[in-house]
Design a protein. Structure first.
Length: 134
């Protein structure tokens, strides 16, 4: 039975993306560097350090008193097992609060994730995030 259900690459990709979404859309949430490739690219394909991504997320947070993740809906999830790559497009629901004590405003954004199989642990790593948010 174990071999029937594992490995499950789609589940693994969704899990890595979920942790990334938590890091992006929950202000102050931990940032898991291990989920990102050392060969990270920015939204236009130029090399980028993981610390630069963390800085972009923190700049996004600085616009709000609070940001909270609600959920995501996958519009696309494609795997290329032979080449060890994956692509996912998610519609993310989150809410923002401009000032303490003010109401939260529901918002949505589309994020595209490009992933690769990690060299060390054979785990999926995010190589690129494409979004208008940062």
């Amino acid at each position: 039975i174990y071999e029937e259900f594992y490995p499950n690459p789609k589940h693994e990709v969704r899990t890595v993306i979920f942790y990334s979404l938590q890091s992006i859309f929950n202000k102050g949430h931990g940032f898991f560097e291990d989920n990102y490739s050392e060969e990270m690219k920015d939204h236009i394909g130029l090399s980028m350090e993981v610390d630069e991504l963390r800085e972009k997320i923190e700049n996004f947070w600085s616009n709000y008193n609070n940001v909270q993740f609600i959920g995501c809906e996958y519009k696309q999830l494609e795997l290329d097992k032979e080449n060890g790559t994956a692509n996912a497009i998610c519609r993310v629901s989150f809410k923002t609060q401009l000032e303490k004590g003010k109401r939260f405003k529901p918002e949505e954004a589309v994020l595209e994730f490009n992933l690769v199989r990690g060299k060390m642990m054979n785990w999926w790593e995010i190589k690129q995030i494409v979004t208008d948010l940062f």
